[in-house]
Every structure is written in C-alpha cells, then in structure tokens.
Design a binder for this molecule. Structure first.
Ligand code: ATP
Length: 194
C-alpha cells in the first residue's frame, strides 16, 4: 500500500496551494476538511448525532450542514467542539481508508489542518508542514476572505504555534515569498521523499 504523507499548516500558510501543486506533479491528495464537509451532508447517522449535540440549526432549511452556525457555536465551547470532533473524525478516518484502497501511486498526500493536534502524523509515513510568518499568513487570509487582522489573529491564537509544528514536522516548506518559489520547494521536497 502507498506511503502516506501528512500535509499540514496553520491558517493561511498555503497548504491548499501546495496540495494543488502536488496534484499538478501527479500525486493524489485527500482533502480531509473537504471530505468532512461532504460526509456531514451525506451521512444520516452523522446528521442525527450532530443535531442532537448542537441543535436543529446545525442544518439549514435545505438540510445542508451550516458550517458558519456550527463554527460560531463551538468556537468558544471546547467541550462541544471535542464532542463534534468525536462524531466527525472517525467518519473521516473510515472515508480516508476507503479512498486509500483505490490509490495506485507509491506516494499519497493527506491534507489535514489538525495533523499534529490530532496526532494523525503517527499514521503517516512522514509529515510535511507548510509554514509562514504570522503577519504574512494574516495578510493572505485578510486578502482572501476579507477578514480583519483581529479575526485572523483570534484563529491563530487557538492553533498550535508554528514553532511547535516546526519541531514535529519531518519536512518543511517556508512560504514567505512568492508562488513560484512555493512551487519549486514543493517539487524539490516531494521528489526527494524516499
Ligand atoms: P486555510 O487553512 O485558511 O484554508 P491554507 O493553508 O489552505 O489556508 P491557502 O488557501 O493555500 O492556505 O493560501 C492562503 C491564501 O494565500 C490564498 O489566497 C493563496 O492563494 C495565497 N498564497 C499562498 N501562498 C502564497 C504565496 N507564496 N504568494 C502569494 N500568495 C500566496
């Protein structure tokens, strides 16, 4: 079975951009957050359990998961966030294992924001961290999402620090300059993994 490389990075680090480059270089990427979004809409069992935990409003009038409502509700409620994760993460794990079974490349990538926080790196052959200075990440997210500095900062404060992630990572991409440099680093790193 293929080697799994865990791809991670904090908010605005550029991990999704790197993931897209990796696909351009011909390797498959499993996008954990995107898959999670899909699963909460498709699984009736999850729907029931999430509504039980967070209320009917966790799903909108069309029966679709209301990410904004949920994010706001659990943002300052550690216990509820934990319970929500206990519902969603095992389902994503199963989905990933199904996905893995049909892969044919020797190397596959799993993009997960919480790779280290959830200790998912233990189930990976190696971890690949995309990192950038806080002010650069903040500016990118402000430009991308129209968020204020304070809003981005409040998310950063809740995430594991870059310093701690750097200590845990096997491979590191420093994304402080431009996209050309980012792509070059990505290429160099993925083709040197052995
Ligand atoms: P999040 O966790 O918030 O989803 P992310 O780590 O997936 O963030 P990206 O979405 O890849 O980060 O990048 C954040 C924004 O910064 C995007 O708009 C992206 O196009 C831009 N960006 C990333 N790297 C660079 C770079 N080196 N130069 C210029 N823009 C960049």
């Amino acid at each position: 079975s293929p080697k799994i490389i865990g791809l991670t990075g904090g908010i605005g680090s550029g991990k999704t951009t790197v993931a897209h480059f990796i696909e351009e270089f011909g390797f498959p990427v499993y996008y954990s957050d995107d898959r999670a979004k899909m699963i909460v809409n498709e699984s009736e069992d999850l729907k029931i359990r999430i509504k039980e935990l967070l209320g009917e409003e966790a799903y909108d009038a069309n029966g679709l998961y209301d990410r904004k409502f949920v994010a706001e509700k659990v943002f300052n409620n550690k216990e509820q966030l934990h319970e929500l994760n206990e519902i969603i993460h095992p389902a994503v794990k199963i989905d990933f294992e199904e996905w893995l079974k049909i892969q044919t490349k020797y190397l596959v990538f799993k993009e997960t924001a919480l790779l280290f926080e959830l200790k998912l790196n233990r189930q990976c052959y190696k971890s690949l961290l995309v990192t950038a200075e806080d002010n650069i990440r903040a500016k990118r997210v402000m430009d991308r999402d129209g968020k204020t500095y304070r809003e981005v900062e409040s998310v950063m404060e809740k995430q594991m620090s870059e310093k701690d992630k750097i200590k845990l990572a096997d491979c590191i991409i420093h994304n402080n300059t431009n996209l050309e440099d980012l792509k070059e680093q990505t290429e160099r790193i993925i083709f040197s993994i052995e």
